[in-house]
Write a protein that binds this ligand. Structure first.
Ligand SMILES: NC(=O)c1ccc[n+]([C@@H]2O[C@H](COP(=O)([O-])OP(=O)(O)OC[C@H]3O[C@@H](n4cnc5c(N)ncnc54)[C@H](OP(=O)(O)O)[C@@H]3O)[C@@H](O)[C@H]2O)c1
Length: 323
């Protein structure tokens, strides 16, 4: 094995972040029990901030960004892994304070790794990535709080064309929930229909403040946006609505409103899944202020994927992982 490998290295010079592909030594990698030959990473929003020097994502320079990775163990001093094992990593501050997936090699703590679930390739695992894991956790949290596909009402996904939202739409549709996709991008309506959304709602509809005693519409929500968008689905419900929250893209006072309305708030993760008929999205009239959709269970592959940091849903019900 060569002592050198290529990495996308972020360095700081004169207060500015500079990123370039560099040849680095194995000895430059931080400490860890397991050396992994990286096969794939994914490009998360957080990685975009890291490589452009925004948001102070990188806490230690020099560092290879990349908040997730999938690869093969080369060396291990941990009894949990041996050379040849295929592993996946999401979160744990990797790509932020520890060298991450945008490199040919990574040295990692054994406890951060998860064996590649059976039935998934390394490429598929990173096709799902942290955004998918997040979406799946949202769906699991909804189900843990009683949502089932038997509920005739709708489940709304906000930020539906985004990384977390698009996978949440696909998973929910695959599980036969009645999914409504909320988006600001009209040009992606067909795409969301192909993922399985039965209705598409313009994000402006949910951004309007809800009215007291509005008729009940939603069975649940996966909210990746926050702000008034988060508040709206809770006001269209007679009883507390299960919420899967993954972020505060449009943060504002609405987030507080949601908490006050009694809606439990969780976080998420995801799985793959094709979904529903593309035509279905267009068979109904465009959404008015009230539409229903349905959500449900996790795929077996996703269920095998243990929840852990990065996945807040089961731990403390607040997101404090990657993404
Ligand atoms: N990706 C992860 O792994 C991860 C993990 C944990 C938490 N999170 C958090 O979850 C949130 C979503 O992450 P993401 O990766 O899905 O981001 P993303 O791919 O950028 O998607 C965010 C979506 O939010 C919608 N949006 C953007 N600006 C908006 C605005 N002003 N008002 C209403 N909607 C707006 C857009 O949806 P449309 O295009 O459909 O309009 C956009 O596609 C973020 O807050 C992120 O920090 C992400």
């Amino acid at each position: 094995m060569s002592d050198t490998f290529k990495a996308l290295l972020a360095e700081q010079k004169d207060g500015a972040t500079q990123v370039a592909i560099r040849e680095v030594n194995l000895a430059d990698l931080p400490a860890g029990e397991v050396l992994v030959k990286v096969a794939y990473s994914s490009l998360n929003y957080k990685d975009g901030l890291a490589v452009t020097g925004q948001g102070k994502v990188i806490r230690k320079f020099p560092l290879a960004p990349g908040i997730d990775l999938a690869g093969t163990v080369v060396e291990s001093s941990s009894p949990d892994y041996k050379a040849g094992d295929e592993v996946v990593l999401t979160g744990w501050g990797v790509g932020e304070s520890h060298w991450g997936g945008f490199a040919q090699m990574a040295r990692l703590k054994a406890e951060w790794l998860v064996p590649l679930p059976a039935g998934l390739s390394l490429q598929q695992a990173m096709g799902i990535g942290t955004a998918g894991f997040t979406a799946m956790q949202c769906v699991l949290a909804l189900e843990e709080h009683g949502l089932t596909p038997a509920d005739p009402r709708e489940v709304v996904v906000t930020g539906a064309a985004g990384g977390v939202g698009s996978i949440a739409v696909a998973v929910l549709a695959k599980l036969r929930y009645n999914v409504v996709a909320s988006t600001g991008r009209a040009e992606l309506h067909d795409y969301l229909g192909q993922l399985g959304a039965k209705q598409i709602i313009d994000r402006a509809v949910l951004a309007k403040p809800g009215k007291p005693l509005e008729s009940e519409r939603w069975a649940g929500a996966v909210d990746t946006v926050g702000g008034d968008t988060l508040a709206s689905p809770t006001t269209g419900a007679a009883a507390p609505v299960p919420f899967g929250m993954s972020g505060v893209t449009a943060s504002g006072p609405g987030a507080a409103t949601a908490a006050v309305s009694g809606a439990p708030q969780f976080s998420q993760k995801r799985s793959s899944g094709s979904a529903g008929s593309p035509q279905a999205a267009h068979n109904r009239a465009p959404v008015s202020a009230t539409a229903p959709s349905a959500v449900t269970t996790a795929s077996s592959a996703a269920r095998r994927w243990p929840g852990r940091p990065g996945g807040c849903a089961r731990r403390d019900r607040r997101w404090n992982g990657p993404g």
